[in-house]
Design a protein around this ligand. Structure first.
Ligand SMILES: Cc1ncc(COP(=O)(O)O)c(C=O)c1O
Length: 420
């Protein structure tokens, strides 16, 4: 029987266990140590190298999750209860959730249709309107590199600087993506990376913050290690967090850094295969970079399905409630019971997901925009219909380092068969 094809499974270099063994041998089984330092140094060198051979000078802190990095960046931006933070609506919930941890309110901004990321024009409109309505500017702006695609960082930074609002780049999905040759996460004062199990590289769970200088790095490390004052006993004057990466997980990260370039090349190769194949299938559009400035890592290859393309089994799409979660090891999932919500992928998209699933291929809908999520129903939103329309038509396809050329051929053939 053919093995199941997953979206993005982790892939090991073989070096990981050497670094982990060293940690055990030297009894560094703690959230600090040689692997944490070594991983940070590897990351620092990677993010500072530009495609044209020049270098920049950012610092990196390894943390327990990308979500933790966003939380700490918000604290570093001075976000407090009652504040507002502008978030990209089209994203995974972890971009916006930490705003609420601080008692602040996310203000959602919709996407533009080319990159699928934050629309700069709508961003400026939102900033002006929030000032008019609340008397103050939002405290931070969080653009997201959705599926690895760069956001329009130059325009976003120009607007942010005009109004004096800091930017937190959520490059959790965009590790190694570049804008005009410079690594995402290095354009603003705070860049976020994720090393969760399905990301470009993994530490099983983990993340990092790219900071502007050594002082900013010290401040983030201090907050991430319970914010202790310098006394011979435990003195605390600020609330801290336990967000440092473990030395064991960092060992995995050091091993993964040896194959990061290979992973990036592989994701781009898979994307190229879909790009070529979909150019010949009417009704399916590969989501491509809008121009050569956008160097996406294609963490996940995504495509849009025209509404008038019909898929086998479409009549029974949404016939019954799904059990569990669609989309990976998602932990515990509540059973809602109902089959429909007020915003869901089109029937043909759900039918394609089910058809691929039966053929042993994992696929996934795009992230459902945050302004359509019940949990954020009371948050302000500046929308243009773009993310909702893309969500309804979009699908994520297997893209990870374990997906072979032969797998892609099978996936493409299966999609062709699925179309009526
Ligand atoms: C866009 C985005 N932001 C933030 C995160 C959070 O990263 P982590 O899972 O490492 O907490 C993720 C991924 O999980 C993500 O996809």
């Amino acid at each position: 029987m053919r093995k199941r094809i997953y979206l993005c499974l982790a892939h090991m270099s073989g070096q990981e266990q050497k670094f982990i063994q060293e940690a055990f041998d030297t009894n560094w089984v703690v959230p600090l140590g040689p692997n944490v330092n070594g991983f940070e140094e590897d990351l620092r060198q990677f993010v500072n190298s530009c495609s044209d051979g020049t270098t920049i000078n950012k610092e990196v802190v390894a943390l327990s999750a990308g979500t933790a990095a966003i939380h700490l960046a918000l604290i570093a931006c001075g976000v407090q209860a009652g504040d507002e933070v502008i978030c990209q609506s089209f994203t995974f919930c972890a971009s916006a959730n930490p705003v609420t941890y601080l008692g602040a309110t996310p203000v959602f901004v919709d996407s533009e249709p080319d990159s699928w990321n934050m629309d700069p024009e709508l961003l400026e409109r939102a900033i002006i309107d929030r000032k008019a309505k609340t008397g103050k500017y939002p405290k931070a702006i969080i653009p997201v590199a959705l599926y690895g695609m760069p956001y329009r960082i130059e325009e976003i930074m120009a607007i942010a600087n005009k109004y004096g609002i800091p930017v937190i780049e959520d490059a959790a999905e965009g590790m190694g993506s570049r804008w005009k040759g410079q690594v995402l996460g290095t354009f603003s004062d705070y860049g976020v990376l994720s090393f969760n199990g399905n990301k470009m590289i993994t530490t099983s769970g983990g993340g990092a913050m790219i900071c502007k200088d050594a002082e900013a790095k010290r401040q983030i490390m201090w907050l991430a290690t319970q914010a202790r004052e310098a006394y011979p006993y435990y003195q605390h004057e600020t609330i801290g967090y336990n967000y440092r990466l473990s030395n064991i997980c960092a060992g995995i990260g050091r091993g993964q850094m040896t194959i990061l370039d290979a992973h990036l090349a592989h994701h781009k190769h898979i994307a190229q295969r879909y790009r070529e194949a979909f150019a010949e299938i009417e009704g399916i559009t590969f989501h491509d970079a809008p121009s050569a400035d956008y160097d996406s890592n294609y963490w996940l290859s995504t495509a849009l399905l025209d509404e008038n393309v019909h898929i086998q089994g479409e009549e029974s799409a949404y016939a019954e409630a799904v059990q569990g979660a669609v989309g990976g090891a998602a932990g515990v999932v509540h059973s809602g019971g109902s089959v429909h919500t007020d915003c869901e992928p089109n029937r043909n998209v759900e039918a394609l997901r089910m058809y691929l699933d039966k053929a042993g291929i994992e696929s996934r809908p795009l992230w459902k925009p945050m302004h359509k999520q019940p949990v954020f129903r009371n948050c302000p939103a500046y929308t243009n219909g773009v993310s909702e329309s893309i969500f309804k038509r979009g699908i994520c396809l297997p893209s990870g380092p374990m997906v072979t050329d032969e797998d892609v051929t099978y996936i493409i053939e299966t999609i062709k068969q699925a179309i009526k």
